[in-house]
Design a protein around this ligand. Structure first.
Ligand code: 26M
Length: 819
């Protein structure tokens, strides 16, 4: 089908397709149709078009033989797919009308869809936004990841505490994936390495693996917005290889035969729920290798399908490592080139240095991945040999040349960390191999150069660079906020969803009374809708005329949800002291999952829930304050919260949040940021201007100075009476009647454990910024202007701009437009 005829798909024709698929799925049409059944039928109708476009994209690619970007990521936080695909295909209105004729509101159908939650947080969602932009910009791109049977856990609250349960996203099948058995791979593990002498006397290494695992690819089509391109996200599922132990099976030893299968399937069973610590878990290591090996072999398969020799490999493929999680791909490509394709060492190494690039997403030391040499020895013995040689050549070559005889420097830069247990530093391997290494916001990239890898920056002065993160405006404005999108489309000429800088024309209307009123009316409607959702999820009634103050992100000490909590306590206390206190009513809205093993994060959730319970039921404060913690925060819930937010909390300790992307989503939807000079907040402030953002707190340099001086949180506690009384309050049994000290893990971390993230140091400044914000909200026209300016000035933060930065400055890609 051509694009012309597709655009002309009538409501009637689309409805007929849905009916055809209902029939095809043998849905009982004599009774009222179930919502799940109609969802599947609509998805299948969309898929007909999507797979058709995928075919023509592939044909075009083949004809042009264009260079491809291969994005390797352990995580993709896709969310729901239907609404986005309809928007990107320009079929939203058609589908809406067709389902309406069948008796359904399309939004109700969307609600039946399950989130694809194959990621933890920012890094996984960034990968999803980048896939959207790569397709939209017609780049030849392939995403590679793991087909987890269970994505990020589901969260419920029980007695105010987080309870986790497994995510069952594929329970009823996933309409957005097709299995590709023709591209399956076999992956070796364990065993030993043998040195074999060739007839000509040269020595050759042969790895005799102890186990073989099968990798089965599932392809998820990625539909570009208003264009012809459909790319693929290829997710690997592990299975027992066909070398199934029939002997054991036939001998009646079902358990043994079965356990091999169970073991193999365990590899892709579940996503690890950490988003900042690099836990040294063997299964996680095997996951990483399994997925990298499958992907590298698939890349080579794709290349050799169209080429007789290796001369063009580095021209045709570039591989982006999303954090260090897929670093092992480097050693796998080296191994295959050396052992399977018989490259010389130098040629193999040259090749690797041309194809890999690496993105760093965090400076937190506990997140820098290290794997024990012992684990390598057991699971990947051949890879360890290769790693040792890379290290030797690196230390004796580049390091010795720059710092002759400097053993301390050798120790510092080595790929192997010496100590009780020898560890492999994955980030070092990524940096020395990659032709580019980037951070994800200006300040973060500077800190990568100056603090994280200063020696590597000296060795390779042109390697370290920046690409500021971005978000897709298709999902994060057009699809999630239809009312604001319609209002924008009335004022902004052109396809702003494809060229987000066009939004800057809205600055012309920032002081236009009528537009301000319309803008705030849309916000209010979105707040009414969210209020209903809040009622449904928590039972709490909130006032849509209150300020909706939102902090949504993973729970982590550095993100400082507990700083927000302390300020809430301050407001509560002020209100109890003076019930007539003249402040705007405010609803504090939280959404966050804590890693199941992160004790303090879970205690912070518990504390917020306990405080919320108390405040929400306290008649003395006249509903001026409400606190709600929405359970099971995920992409689809974010899509409901963000359009309704007035205030965006971005309050990490300066230097700790690499970029943040929720900050961009909220500002794009007209929320005003209260935030520190950290990550992309700095660039947001540059774009919107100082008058349209509330900046507070210590800068990176001030935090560093504080650390040098010796930071003493107790002296702040003793010198700030309000802060002291709040902390003491939290330590009492006021919020947990009868249970003293129930919330003291938090106060302990602040007072006895050194307040690592400088919560107390920033409290007064935060509280003042909050006061200024409250005052600003009283001037409704002034606030509307600020909100409009935020939406208007977010052009820079479209993921299309980020992807063009990568394409031009790192990947050197050419476009793949249809003729
Ligand atoms: C670790 C151990 C076991 C399992 C998973 C992990 C792990 C997973 C994700 C560790 C780190 C992970 O991601 C770090 C991350 O999400 N960083 C965020 O990246 C975003 C996109 O660049 C930035 O916007 C955030 O600031 C940054 O925190």
């Amino acid at each position: 089908m051509t694009s012309k005829s597709r655009k002309n798909i009538t409501v009637k024709a689309f409805k007929a397709r849905i009916q055809h698929h209902l029939n095809f799925h043998a849905v009982d049409l004599s009774h009222s149709i179930d919502k799940k059944a109609i969802l599947m039928a609509v998805c299948s109708s969309v898929n007909e078009i999507v797979f058709d476009k995928l075919q023509s994209t592939n044909i075009r690619r083949h004809e042009r033989n264009s260079r491809s970007i291969n994005y390797l990521s352990l995580e993709y936080l896709m969310g729901r797919m239907l609404s986005n695909n309809l928007h990107n295909l320009q079929l939203f209105k058609t589908a809406q009308a067709a389902t309406k004729e069948l008796g359904f509101e399309i939004e109700d159908i969307f609600e039946e869809g399950h989130d694809l939650a194959l990621g933890n947080g920012g890094l996984g969602r960034l990968a999803a936004c980048y896939l959207d932009s790569l397709a939209t910009l017609d780049y030849n791109a392939m995403g590679y990841g793991i087909h987890y049977e269970h994505g990020l856990f589901e969260q419920q609250f029980y007695n105010n505490r987080q309870i986790e349960s497994p995510d069952e996203w594929r329970e009823y099948g996933n309409p957005w994936e097709v299995c590709r058995p023709e591209a399956e791979q076999e992956i070796p593990l364990y065993g030993h390495v043998e040195t074999v002498a060739e007839t000509d006397g040269t020595l050759r290494k042969v790895w005799h693996p102890g186990q073989i695992i099968k990798g089965v690819p599932w392809d998820v089509p990625i539909v570009g917005y208003n264009c012809e391109t459909v790319n693929v996200l290829r997710l690997w599922e592990s299975r027992a290889s066909s070398h199934f132990d029939w002997e054991a099976f036939n001998a009646g030893d079902y358990q043994d035969a079965n356990s091999a299968q169970t073991q193999a399937e365990t590899i892709s069973k579940v996503l690890y729920p950490n988003d900042s610590t690099a836990a040294g878990k063997e299964l996680r290591f095997i996951q990483q290798y399994f997925f990298c090996a499958c992907s590298i072999k698939d890349i080579i398969r794709r290349y050799l399908k169209h080429h007789d020799d290796w001369s063009q490999f580095a021209d045709k493929f570039v591989i982006q490592l999303n954090d260090t999680h897929p670093t092992i791909a480097i050693l796998e490509l080296m191994r295959l080139l050396l052992d399977e394709y018989r490259f010389s060492w130098d040629n193999a190494w040259q090749m690797c240095k041309q194809v890999f690039a690496y993105t760093n997403h965090t400076l937190l030391p506990e997140a820098l991945e290290k794997w024990s040499v012992e684990l390598f020895e057991t699971i990947l013995p051949r890879h360890l040999e290769i790693l040792y040689r890379i290290n030797e050549e690196f230390l004796n070559g580049q390091v010795d040349k720059m710092w002759p005889g400097d053993t301390a420097m050798r120790r510092k830069l080595s790929l192997i960390e010496e100590g009780q247990q020898k560890m492999v530093r994955m980030a070092h391997l990524s940096v020395i191999t990659s032709f580019k290494v980037n951070g994800v916001a200006e300040i973060h990239s500077e800190l990568v150069k100056q603090d994280l890898f200063p020696e590597f920056h000296k060795l390779y002065p042109n390697k370290l660079t920046n690409v500021t993160n971005g978000i897709t405006p298709r999902r994060w404005l057009k699809a999630c906020n239809p009312a604001l999108s319609d209002l924008i489309s009335k004022k902004v000429k052109g396809d702003w969803a494809k060229n987000l800088s066009l939004l800057s024309t809205l600055t012309d209307y920032a002081e236009d009374k009528k537009f301000q009123q319309q803008f705030m009316q849309v916000k209010r409607e979105n707040k009414v809708k969210l209020s209903e959702e809040i009622k449904k999820l928590t039972g709490v009634s909130v006032n849509p005329d209150a300020i909706f103050d939102v902090q949504i992100k993973r729970l982590h000490e550095y993100k400082r949800q507990h700083l927000n909590l302390l300020h809430i306590l301050a407001l509560y206390r002020r209100l109890l002291e003076n019930p007539r206190l003249d402040i705007n009513p405010r609803v504090f809205i939280f959404g966050a999952k804590a890693a199941p093993g992160y004790y303090l994060a879970k205690e912070i959730i518990y504390a917020i829930n306990c405080v919320a319970e108390k405040i929400n039921n306290d008649a003395r404060i006249n509903d001026k304050l409400k606190v709600v913690f929405l359970p099971n925060y995920r992409v689809s819930l974010a899509e409901k919260i963000i359009p309704a937010a007035d205030v965006s909390e971005q309050i990490s300790t300066a230097g700790k949040e690499a970029s943040g992307t929720g900050n961009m989503k909220l500002a794009l939807n007209g929320a005003v940021t209260i935030g520190t000079l950290d990550g992309a907040n700095i660039e947001i402030a540059e774009e919107v201007g100082d008058d349209n953002i509330f900046i507070f707190g210590k800068t990176v340099d001030e935090i560093k100075a504080l650390n040098r001086q010796g930071y003493d949180p107790v002296s702040i506690y003793n010198s700030e009476p309000e802060l002291k009384s709040i902390i003491d309050w939290l330590d009492s049994d006021y919020f947990t009647p009868g249970k003293f000290g129930e919330l003291s893990a938090i106060t302990q971390s602040l007072l006895n454990d050194g307040d690592h993230y400088k919560v107390l140091a920033d409290f007064v400044s935060y509280s003042q910024a909050q006061e200024a914000l409250d005052k600003a909200y009283k001037d409704q026209a002034g606030w509307a202007k600020m909100a409009i300016m935020n939406t208007a000035m977010m052009g820079k933060f479209t993921s299309d701009r980020s992807i063009e930065d990568y394409a031009n400055n790192i990947w050197s890609l050419d476009k793949n437009l249809p003729a």
